[in-house]
Design a protein around this ligand. Structure first.
Ligand code: OXD
Ligand code: MN
Length: 589
């Protein structure tokens, strides 16, 4: 590897090393040989476990401490000079105060350890989307995961040596002391410091911290958007490609939608679906006035439980080589992995996610943690699209917002225009999941699925969406979906998974003026006959329930939105106007 000659980089690494006091500093060049050497160290210390190399070549097993299994939103902080720049939905501390506090925690935290310096890019190096970062860490798990999730290596060093700016990412697992855990962003300094965690979302600093929190801040300044969105490519029987983005809160099925298998009926007709991204989109306006998206990541950090041959065969195949499994159960007979709902054959001679002996046939305890994960290279995905590799943006026809809602939200509806869509995104809510610490199943407002990831004041973020709309001559249409509506017996009404394509095809037809709809207080809904349910056991009565808009439910929603909005003194006028219209229309129902 060529040495780093950029003096700013070298000065920063030196300063961080003087604080953390590692025994040595190793630059990661991304080569197979070096990653193999580093992996061997983790195997020899027991930090990671090698899985069955015939069945799962290149795969590793990793476990985190029982209280370090999810993103920690209470300990995630945005440090801006002015509190109002972080806004009411973020934790805020003044930068000087936080630097002082963290410097004490980082002081000597790498003593007796190696500091790895990982040069990485979010986005394909050399494209207009690429952003460079360097993560310094004392965790081999982080090194090997960043090598999957980002682009690491020589081309990044070349950019740095040519003078590229970079995000300064510092991580130490320290003692993994949950009482001193902090995931801290200093957007004004393009800096992220994370300490006392070893869980992916808190420590793979290219992902949530850079690509979303710092990314959204940079996007606001530079006129682009960083969003919690998947990117899906759909080809019709004529071979024409369309692209959609979808924003859903964590663990609400983004990976499943991103890798969906079309129902047989549509496959036979010649429809084809491929994946560009499953979690994060960076979006820029093209010279033709459309919105273009890339996936800045290089891998998938997916939720394992529930992933199976039926729900997501493509994700399952993606994990069969060169993957890191975290906090799943292990089969000790053949040294493979297992998680809830993988198949009906849990190991009898197993170990649960905490390393306790576990018999999946008799135990009433879960084998895998509900937020256990796979970290897998995107190139493994059988339906990865060519556009993923070029890193050039794809033009987005539709943006889909959605959440996990048992009641109120119908299957699908279309916003009247961009600003109405921004209102819908700003007002969306979802039941909480195991992806973050805290209670599961509570409805909370999560605008654009960005509540935990917006790196600045959310009211300014809404304004940024409105402003981006003004700059586009041909903006995507915006839709809202809910795959999770239940009936009076708490059973899901909609089959979900591959059949979600049916709703997506209605959306694409709407974009081309080819599908019917009715106007409702929420926007345009398909009439039951506008959705192609061929080959599906969904009766017109069920469709009616799925599409029903209930006045009492929506009066209640309006109260919830009002309460959520009350924390923002200056919401954009466009959002207020659309909310007022919803209130009027619901009242008239
Ligand atoms: C994720 C999350 O890991 O949203 O993608 O928590
Ligand atoms: Mn996510």
């Amino acid at each position: 590897m060529t040495m780093v000659t950029n003096q700013i980089v070298n000065d920063w690494v030196k300063e961080m090393a003087e604080m953390t006091k590692p025994d040595e500093i190793v630059w990661v060049d991304g080569s197979k040989e070096q990653l193999e050497q580093i992996k061997q160290i983790a195997l020899s210390t027991g930090e990671m476990i090698e899985l069955n190399q015939e069945k799962l070549p290149g795969c590793l097993y990793y476990r985190t401490k029982p209280k370090d299994v999810a993103r920690d939103e209470k300990r995630t902080i945005i440090c801006t000079t002015r509190k109002e720049d972080a806004g009411p939905t973020n934790n805020w501390v003044a930068p000087d105060e936080m630097y002082a506090k963290l410097s004490k925690l980082f002081d000597g935290s790498m003593k007796g350890r190696t500091m790895y310096a990982i040069p990485f890019s979010m986005g394909v190096v050399g494209t207009e989307f690429s952003k460079i970062g360097i993560e310094l860490t004392d965790s081999i798990y982080v090194v090997l995961s960043m090598a999957i999730m980002t682009r690491v290596g020589q081309s990044v060093i070349d950019e740095l040596n040519a003078g590229a700016d970079f995000t300064r990412c510092l991580h130490s697992k320290a003692q993994i002391d949950e009482t001193e855990k902090y995931i801290v962003h200093f957007p004004e300094d393009n800096t992220i410091w994370s300490i006392n965690s070893a869980y992916g979302g808190n420590v793979l600093l290219g992902k949530k911290c850079l690509a979303l929190r710092i990314g959204s801040y940079l996007g606001k300044q530079e006129g682009w958007m960083a969003e919690h969105m998947l990117i899906l490519k759909i080809e019709n029987p004529q071979g024409e490609a369309r692209y959609v983005c979808g924003a859903f809160p964590s663990a609400c099925g983004k990976t499943n939608l991103a890798m969906l298998t079309p129902p047989e009926y549509f496959r036979e007709k010649g429809y084809k679906v491929s994946t560009i991204g499953d979690d994060i989109s960076w979006l820029r306006i093209g010279s033709d006035g459309r919105l273009y998206a890339v996936n800045p990541e290089n891998g998938f950090f997916g939720v394992a439980p529930g992933t199976n041959e039926k729900s997501n065969p493509n994700a399952l195949k993606t994990t069969h080589k060169n993957t890191i499994f975290t906090n799943v159960a292990r089969n000790l007979d053949d040294n493979t992995v297992w998680w809830e709902r993988l198949d009906k054959n849990p190991p009898e001679n197993g170990e649960d996610w905490q390393g306790n002996p576990w018999n999946g046939k008799t135990s009433t305890e879960k084998g895998a943690h509900p937020n256990s994960r796979f970290t897998a290279p995107a190139e493994n995905c059988p339906i990865i699209a060519d556009e993923f590799f070029t890193g050039e943006g794809v033009p987005i026809s539709a943006i889909i917002f959605g959440g996990r809602r048992a009641k109120a939200e119908p299957l699908v509806y279309e916003a009247r225009d961009w600003n109405h869509g921004v209102f819908i995104g700003s007002a969306m809510a979802s039941e909480t999941t195991a992806a973050a610490n805290g209670k599961v199943g509570v409805v909370r407002h999560d605008p654009m699925a960005m509540l935990p990831f917006c790196g600045y004041n959310m009211a300014d973020y809404f304004q940024h969406w409105i402003d981006m709309g003004k700059k586009m001559t041909n903006p995507p249409k915006i839709f809202h979906v809910n795959w999770f509506r239940t009936d009076e017996n708490d059973e899901f009404l909609w089959p979900g998974f591959g059949d979600n394509l049916r709703a997506v095809l209605w959306m694409l037809d709407r974009c081309e003026g080819k599908a019917g709809a009715v106007e409702t207080p929420l926007g345009y809904e398909p009439k039951p006959e506008d959705l192609d349910v061929n080959g599906l056991n969904v009766t017109p009565e069920i469709l009616e329930k799925l599409l029903k808009i209930d006045k009492a439910d929506w009066e209640n929603e309006i109260k919830g939105i009002e309460e959520f909005y009350s924390q923002f003194p200056d919401l954009p006028q466009e959002i207020k106007d659309n909310f007022d219209r919803l209130k009027r229309e619901v009242e008239k129902m």
